[in-house]
Design a protein around this ligand. Sequence first.
Ligand SMILES: Nc1ncnc2c1ncn2[C@@H]1O[C@H](COP(=O)(O)OP(=O)(O)O)[C@@H](O)[C@H]1O
Ligand SMILES: [Mg+2]
Length: 408
Amino acid sequence: MSTMRASSLVLLVDDDPQSLKLLSDALAGQPFALAVALDGEMALRQIRREEPDLVLLDAVMPGMDGFEVCRRLQADPATRDIPIIFMTSLADTASRVRGLELGAVDYVTKPFVRAELAARVRAQIAVRAGARALAEKNAELERTAAELARARDTLEAEVVRRTDELMATNQRLTHMNRVAAMSELAASIAHELNQPLAAILSNAQAARRLLQKAPPDVAEALAALGDIVDDDRRAATIIQRMRAMLKKGPPRTDEQDLNALAREVARLVGNDALLRGVTLRMDLAPGLPRVRGDGIQLQQVLLNLVVNALDAVADRPPERRLVVVRTRGDGKARVMLSVEDSGKGIAPADMERVFEAFYTTKAEGLGVGLAISRSIVEAHGGRLSAENNPGEGVTFRCQLPASEEGGA
Ligand SMILES: Nc1ncnc2c1ncn2[C@@H]1O[C@H](COP(=O)(O)OP(=O)(O)O)[C@@H](O)[C@H]1O
Ligand SMILES: [Mg+2]
């Protein structure tokens, strides 16, 4: 029903043509268009066809009177908001009251004063235009709000997607770094596995010999079989350690004993250190408070630091190839884990660069170890820093918050 018009439309309803003529004369020259209807039925038809901005309605008409027209317009949601001004005779107070009660916005009395009539009509048209503009603004605001809400939802979804993507990339990179560190150790791990395997072979051969003797030496054979079982367990443990480090998976949070973690890493790299002629010294504080976090990730940090240290001392004379892994509590809320080496140290200008991703000075380096280590430590609420030693080499310090659940 709503129409787009340049000017407003006023519908005049009166059964007396003379009266209609007077009305249109009075309103001529005003900035709105006029339409007329001679009875109630015609008025309703006209209103349905083109919604007026105002109806000037004669109260008393033969057939359907003004009150009935008003009642019907009020009853229909589509026409309820069209303002109505009743026209009543001067003496007819009851009709004026009734009209207002039925929802008319104003009334004028016949015979009317031209200027007053024009002013009242203009006033109602202005009110109507204001209400329209407000409704349009409201609708526009609602549209804008809906658009904003949609944009926000899209943005939130995008942030979630990007975060997931970043986390996945981060996990992949972390895993890659672990694989890289482990592959550096692969030769020494293979060598380490060779020992129990060789022992198993020779014990199995011995057991066979002992059982083929007449009479068979069952007691000695049993002892050899016992050694086989022990060596098999050792090999299984080595494989388990390797598996744990190569495992891919989301981080898990548990109570961690840094000393146990350090021993585990020492076992992983111990053989490699031996092959490279490096002394790996453990200096672990007893009664160290536990730390909350992911055991594999924290182990990865230490593994990165120790592997770097082993690289750093590689070209030192054998008696000066020293790496010290240290743990300390500060008696308060922090636990410290450090790796000290006797290598060539780091030029002061490169001290922060070494933590940048893909910074490497090694031919086969990935350059992600320290970047990942720092992000792991920071994700655990800690700090990872490096400092050249007074003498030679460098010390990497990893500070972690002690867990509240007490000491180890
Ligand atoms: N203990 C260390 N002593 C001297 N330089 C080190 C030490 N640890 C790391 N660096 C330097 O930091 C660089 C980055 O180390 P890292 O992120 O572990 O990557 P990568 O070991 O693959 O090069 C190394 O290439 C090396 O130049
Ligand atoms: Mg490294």
